[in-house]
Design a protein around this ligand. Structure first.
Ligand code: ACO
Length: 333
């Protein structure tokens, strides 16, 4: 069996910074409320009129990851693209990225697992590499949330949390025993599918039905925040324990924990549960908000830039989100 390891990383966020103070001009909210509940200070939102979408931003991040790996687009065998904010109902954005990057006719797979999208995608790519089917896989998470949020007081519970951006890694075949992806676990609980969802338009309720009922706002994201919060804390803990047991390491031995950036309070509660020291945890939600499938690859790049990941380190990635879905990956760098 082959090993897989991350050989290149890159991210892209739009230039347009939207601070909490900016949001107070368009809805009834406050910097204090947002920071106290979520830790977020600012996020990036695509400027109206810009060409950026989830596939365009995904392609920008992917170019950087390919260059960082010292490869060219022709070395990539396959694309796995995670997003909950695709450009089209169909086809998925993976094929658009393949085209934007001018790649040969390689396969492109779309993953629809929301905040856990990057963990699912990395795990799928890992399996393709471990079986020997592919050598270099582009794994991308990108979101263009800002065009689909209810940016009024009515939508404030959700709108203040989400940001736009993209992150990508190249996962490559490696013969370095004991390094790369050591374990992964993936979970779901569909009984809560509607507690964090955009339920229309879709085949169950098409655009014509929405147009006939202007009070129907189901095209905006709905989230039962407190319910999601409660489940997130438990599921992060369970999944990380499962991963650490699989690799036979203790929380003490973890060099860096990169949680999906949904809420700083969730990260801090998980940190306390495992008694991680501050230097064992990486957070950047303060600057970007929740970029869903993109949070973990963006954080990976910034953690490396800040010298927080070194050769031989145990890095644990974990996420929870819509579906509900959750999962963790442990890598040895
Ligand atoms: N500004 C000011 N007040 C607000 C805002 C806002 N932006 N949003 C809500 N409020 C008000 C509410 O109206 C409510 O007022 P009331 O008590 O008068 O009714 C009060 O603040 C408390 O609202 P709650 O929703 O109970 O606030 P809570 O403390 O639970 O925080 C939050 C909300 C931040 C959303 C939290 O529940 C959370 O982070 N949940 C988890 C999010 C998450 O992890 N999502 C998963 C990933 S997302 C994905 O997969 C797509």
């Amino acid at each position: 069996m082959f090993q897989s390891r991350i050989t290149g990383m890159g991210f892209y966020v739009p230039d347009n910074v939207v601070t909490n103070h900016d949001l107070t001009k368009i809805m009834d909210t406050s910097d204090e409320w947002i920071q106290e509940r979520s830790g977020i200070q600012e996020r990036r939102w695509v400027k109206p009129g810009s060409d950026d979408t989830s596939s365009v931003m995904g392609a920008k991040a992917a170019r950087k990851a390919i260059e960082d790996a010292g490869l060219t687009k022709d070395d990539i065998d396959f694309i796995v693209f995670a997003t909950l904010s695709p450009d089209y109902y169909f086809p998925g954005g993976g094929v658009q990225i393949q085209h934007l990057l001018g790649m040969p006719n390689i396969g492109a797979l779309d993953v629809r697992n929301q905040c856990t999208g990057f963990i699912y995608s990395l795990t799928v790519a890992d399996q393709f590499i471990k079986t020997g089917m592919y050598k270099n896989i582009l794994v991308i998470g990108a979101e263009f949330h800002s065009n689909g949020l209810d940016k009024t007081t009515r939508g404030r519970q959700v709108a203040v949390l989400f940001g736009d951006g993209a992150g990508a890694v190249v996962l490559s075949r490696s013969d370095k025993e004991g390094h790369g992806i050591l374990t992964a676990n993936l979970h779901s609980q569909g009984e809560y599918a509607e507690q964090l969802a955009v339920t229309a338009p879709a085949m169950k309720k098409w655009v014509t039905e929405l147009m006939a009922n202007p009070d129907d706002l189901s095209y905006y994201p709905y989230m039962d925040g407190p319910l999601v919060f409660k489940h997130a804390i438990n599921r992060f803990g369970e999944s990380m324990e499962e991963a650490m047991q699989a690799v036979n390491i203790t929380p003490e031995q973890v060099n860096l924990f990169i949680p999906h950036q949904a809420n700083l309070r969730i990260s801090q509660m998980v940190q306390r549960k495992f008694r991680f020291r501050d230097n064992q945890v990486f957070n950047n939600i303060q600057k970007y908000g929740n970029t869903t499938a993109a949070t973990i690859p963006i954080a990976l790049v910034e953690a490396r830039e800040q010298g927080r990941i070194k050769e031989g380190d145990y890095v644990i990635l974990s996420a929870f989100g819509g579906g509900f879905t959750w999962g963790s990956v442990i890598l040895r760098w």
